[in-house]
Design a protein around this ligand. Structure first.
Ligand SMILES: *[C@@H]1O[C@H](CO)[C@@H](O)[C@H](O)[C@H]1NC(C)=O
Ligand SMILES: *[C@@H]1O[C@H](CO)[C@@H](O)[C@H](O)[C@H]1NC(C)=O
Length: 162
């Protein structure tokens, strides 16, 4: 009986190895996922621009030395951040409004911040539930004009094993 209790407590105090920040945004259109091998080493984001500013139209992530396929639409000038060695994304916040994601802010474990878009609409704030976890991939929906929803998947990176 005491063994059983011991096993139960070991079982249930194990940390979650993954966590998911449920997608924010209205989410019209088709699903995307950037899940890839390796560590995230860069982010590139396109903003649909007009005279008053615009929504997030597309993005891609870099894993090791490879960029993923573009998600959404790549129009206008890309905004880009390449991460330093051992730098990881540990928080994402932003805003959504009128069907689109309008703002994305990526925060790294080295205290850097990469912000694209307009401060328009409702806020969201994503972070891993476990200390030491980092962004593994993004998922959500895009509708051929822009990003309509976005969610984040967090995990610890096991060094030496993809
Ligand atoms: C990057 O792309 C190259 C060429 O397609 C491939 O051989 C390599 O395995 C990729 N690297 C990673 C980390 O996915
Ligand atoms: C995508 O969604 C936006 C916002 O709801 C809408 O205005 C736009 O027409 C949609 N684009 C397409 C191609 O469906």
């Amino acid at each position: 009986r005491s063994l059983f209790i011991y096993i139960t407590s070991v079982c249930c105090s194990l940390p979650d190895l993954f966590s998911y920040s449920p997608a924010a945004g209205d989410g019209s259109g088709i699903e995307f996922s950037t899940a890839s091998e390796g560590r995230i080493t860069g982010i590139r984001v396109w903003e649909y621009n007009n005279y008053w500013g615009g929504y997030i139209s597309g993005f891609q992530l870099r894993y090791e030395s490879n960029w993923t396929a573009e998600v959404g639409v790549n129009s206008g000038n890309p905004m880009e951040m390449i991460l330093y060695d051992k730098e990881a994304i540990i928080q994402i916040s932003g805003k959504y409004y009128s069907g689109y994601i309008y703002e994305l802010v990526f925060v790294t474990n080295q205290g850097r911040l990469f912000k694209v878009g307009q401060s328009n609409g409702a806020s969201f704030n994503f972070y891993p539930t476990q200390k030491g976890n980092e962004l593994r991939f993004l998922s959500g929906r895009q509708n051929g004009s822009g990003i309509t929803s976005i969610g984040a998947h967090w995990a610890a990176i096991r060094i030496g094993k993809p």
